[in-house]
Design a protein. Sequence first.
Lengths: 118, 426
Amino acid sequence: MKEFMVFIRNEGNPITDLSPEQQQAHVQKVGAYIKRLAEAGKMKAAQPLEMEGVLVAQKNGGFVDGPFNETKEVISGYYHLVADSLKEAIQMAKEDPRFEDGEWRLEVRPIMKVDGIN
Amino acid sequence: MIKNINSINEKKTVQSKENQLTEHFFRNEYGKMVAVVAKYLGAEHVESAEDIVQDSLLVAVEYWQHHGIPENPSGWLYTTAKNKTFNYLKHQKHKRKFEKESDTDEAVHFNFSDEQIADEQLRMMFACCNPSISEEVQITLILKILCGFSISEISAAFFTNTDTINKRLVRGRKKLRSVDLSIVSEERISKNCDVVLEAIYLLFNEGYLPNRKNQSIRTDLCLEAIRLTHILASHPIITQKVHCHAFLALMYLNASRFEARVNENEGTLEMEKVDRSLWNKTLIDKGLYHLEEAQQQGIVSNYLLMASISANHCIAPSFEETNWKEILALYDAWLTMEDTAIIRLNRSVALSKVHGDDSAIAELKLLETRIDLKDNYLLHSTLGELHRNANHNEKAISHFERAIKLADNERDKTFLKKKLKGVVPL
């Protein structure tokens, strides 16, 4: 079994373009998707992230706290998946019904694993 | 130890609850919350109220999809909206600090109790139906603010484009700004109930028009009209509820026959061909219940008469066994209240069943001389039908042909062409 982080990325928030009726449908179907994977033991965690935050960096020997979104795209949430292979994780990401409701991008990243160590 | 905490946290991040949202939950809560928040911000800030509510729904969408639907989703939303309203007010106060000390004390009493929601929705309904606002703008405002429809949903329901709806909203909101929500007084509410019912009736009819296009959104218009009327019917401020009940009866009874009117293959069906087993018994029962409530008062209104006519159709076992005498008597009573060509036109079917096709034809011939009806396709299609029933085939054909020429949309034309075909003996 391998583990994956899936970062949910979007420009702006596609949900704002949905009507309340469509938002309800969105919550229900994405919720069902996450629940299904969680119950099958394939989703270890799933969390939304606030659209705000700080980027901490070092510059000229000191810390700078700046706004993190220099680009328009932000990470609005993540999934922590368990799958047999990258291929399966990609397949799981493709099944996310959020794609029906706007332009999201899911970044699928294998969590690093070193053979024989972890 | 640390590991344990992690595993607990992990469990909590995925949903475990089985709570479900009721149908149209978001849409209905949107309307309730905007009404209450707008009360606190003032009518000139209706748009800010809408923004606050939209933001609250957004948080719910993000959170609930990951964590499941909470046990009390309404309470969850109300708390969120309340906090956002406080923040908004605090921000406003800060902005106006040196201009004027604004009074946010009232915000302390801010709540989303059932009474408060009912009060504010009612007030908002009356504000939207302000006589200075045109009818089409009134129902657009109602759909946007009180029913939580999006602009594109409203334009789909009205078969128009989003620009038109946007313009109506801009016009409507401008007028709304001049309405002081707090002086929509109890007395005015009780008095102007009819104006609001009229707007809701338009909303219902908009959804009720037989057309297969955008059917589901238009069914929703009918449901919303019924929901809004229930708010009126159950509010203690409105002491005279007889019209509300009559109106509810009318809507339920008409809506019960809604789906059976249209056939997958043939399009709109004639009433005698409709499969009555498809009528919705639950809605008929609700309609009959409200009809009884309305009748108890002994006050006759056009809504009550329309509802009674509709009820007679609903309870008839077949088209032939309909109580036409009773229906004709109801139409006659209606004519004493308002005498319009359309009512006479609809009455003619009952007239033909009770006194024969010839007397109905004679009545319609009289109507034909009226300028407002001379070129009405319904007049000619009804005449065509009456002549067909009386075996005056030539006259039937000429009236149907006239009707086809006059009908303004393809759906009606197709419907009439089928009738025309039916006249010619095979």
